[in-house]
Ligand binder design. Sequence first.
Ligand code: GLN
Length: 319
Amino acid sequence: MTKNTGSIHINQPLNTEVLPDILHRIHEEVIPAFGQGKVADYIPDLKCVEPHQFGLALRTVKGEEFTIGSADTAFSIQSISKLFTLMLALDIAGEALWERVGREPSGMRFNSLLLLDSEGGIPRNPFINAGAIVVTDIIAARSSSPVRRIEEFIASLSGNKDNRIDQQVAAGEKATGFRNIAIANLLKAMGNIEADVNQTLDCYFKQCAISMSCRDLARATECLANRGRSSFKSSFHAEAMDKRINSLMLTCGLYDAVGNFAYNVGLPAKSGVGGGIVAVSPGQYTVSVWAPELDHYGNSVLGQLALEKLTTYTQTSVF
Ligand code: GLN
């Protein structure tokens, strides 16, 4: 299957004929890793999620779908929502968004406050919490019902109206999210929050609490693999957005573990502390995995392992 040009390895077109067997093998091989991580316990409702669950859904740009495990079980997308709010805010504000958020990896935990003060209130990138809160603020300041706008945008991209906010998850995080509250208030003090800070925060907590399955996420991210086109939201043609967002995912999508992920998996991706990861093979497919147990960085243990095996067995790393 591998094509070699001297010592140069070239990534391969996805062979869907052998894919069911490969997914089956991946499923069997990742199960022994149950117990190696820990579910997110700083968000009250996530603490109660059954830890030993695993699902994967892969969708090709031709619309074929392949799944294993609990691919249709809805879970809390958490930081994966940052991908969708970035698409929406870029659609609203265009390149002006980058006057308020950077495009560099932070090398810090996703909820760190450390760089914010010394860097003038401009978060390093849109995927750490500080950057995502600014992105959400752009939507909050320019929409009459920002929460509904985000919720409807995501549901239209996945084609599933049931992709809704779990209000209990959102309320739990709002009651305990003191770091995010501190980040938003520091941003406000430094002049980088335009709307009412509590409204922006409310919106942020709610977007994180949207429930989706692996299949929904693989569908909702289709535009990133398919030159901006979405089968479910034909009015949304995110031209050139795929290039921009995929590069940001590759460099910032898994926080301070992004280098290792690029080394092991080699696909642009975005993770969330609900245990989901969505990854994009440009021009070929999108894939979403879910397994709630997280490593020290807040990324799904089995999810990372499954994606590493997927790009290895299918030779579809971008490198
Ligand atoms: N809602 C979570 C938080 O703000 C999202 C973090 C994540 O998924 N990495 O802490």
